[in-house]
Design a protein around this ligand. Structure first.
Ligand SMILES: [Zn+2]
Length: 304
């Protein structure tokens, strides 16, 4: 499947592997010139990376900048045909994580997928962002605000496109993946960072017209995605059964078990209730009525 528009000047393409999303943000069309483009998280298998280049050409576009939302192997790919010298931006924390884990990330990438050497050479060559916008020295691209947090991975970054109302959220707010808090460990700190990340995204989600997740399907009802993830985490933190349709996927069920293990560890230390309440209290302070609305959701039966 080629690129599909989700808003004016924003297109997505879905990989056969884990429904991974490649996002293309086009600059304004100018007569007799190719359109500049920002290419986000191109994925995943070698032939798909080539197909992305073919599609960009067919759209009459030229990649002038790249972006990696976070330091996981499926979000750090590139192909020489996008431009070997094109700058690929990422948050400073993402660049640090890549520097520390490059060999491990390469090993994960090539566990069961083969790539030509020129693709491996360009893997994870990211540059730290200088500010809170994707740089655009020649004013060729739509304004792109970056929202950095530490949910899912240190320095994980969402992109806000105010002109089109699109929020590109990386590996968050997916219709096929439950919240995945654990990156390098399996810790309470990562779970806390995840809750903080959701809170950080909330105001952008509220104003977005379209949400583009790193895996799964774009949505024209972004708030529903945020509510689903909070419902899941609230249930898990409260020790209630998480009745979530995404758990039909065995891989997600395994991730769910990890979350339950960490929450059980918090319970063991008597910390879960306090910590869960604290997060909910923070959210209440930050969001007013939206929280009250969620409070009216029916409680699920307690399965222990
Ligand atoms: Zn990821």
């Amino acid at each position: 499947m080629g690129f599909v528009p989700v808003a004016d000047g924003v297109l997505v393409r879905t990989s056969r592997r884990m429904s991974t999303t490649t996002t293309l943000v086009l600059g304004p069309s100018r007569a007799a010139s190719v359109r500049a483009a920002l290419l986000v998280d191109p994925a995943w298998e070698a032939d798909e990376l080539v197909a992305v280049a073919d599609d960009v050409e067919a759209l009459g576009a030229r990649v002038v900048a790249g972006f990696s939302t976070h330091a996981h192997h499926d979000h750090l790919l590139w192909h020489p045909r996008y431009g070997a010298g094109v700058v690929r931006w990422a948050s400073a924390a993402t660049v640090r994580a890549v520097a520390e884990r490059r060999e491990a990330l390469l090993a994960e990438l090539t566990t069961d997928v083969a790539y030509p050497p020129e693709v491996l050479e360009l893997f994870a060559r990211v540059t730290p962002l200088p500010g809170d916008q994707v740089p655009d020295a020649d004013s060729e691209l739509p304004a792109t605000r970056v929202i950095v947090h530490d949910a899912h991975a240190s320095g994980h970054t969402a992109l806000w496109l105010p002109d089109s109302g699109v929020l590109v959220v990386g590996d968050m707010l997916s219709d096929i993946e439950i919240p995945l808090p654990f990156d390098v460990g399996e810790t309470i700190a990562e779970l806390s960072a995840y809750l903080a990340g959701l809170d950080r995204l909330a105001s952008w989600v509220a104003q977005a017209r379209v949400l583009v997740p790193g895996h799964g399907t774009p949505s024209s009802r972004p708030v529903e995605r945020l509510d689903a993830d909070r419902r899941y985490l609230d249930a898990v933190l409260a020790g209630r059964r998480a009745d979530d349709p995404r758990l039909v996927d065995p891989a997600m069920l395994a991730e769910h078990e990890r979350v339950l293990r960490v929450v059980a560890g918090m319970h063991g230390r008597g910390g879960v209730s306090a910590q869960g309440r604290e997060h909910r209290a923070d959210r209440r302070r930050g969001e007013g009525d939206e929280h009250e609305g969620r409070q009216t959701l029916p409680e699920r039966p307690d399965h222990g």
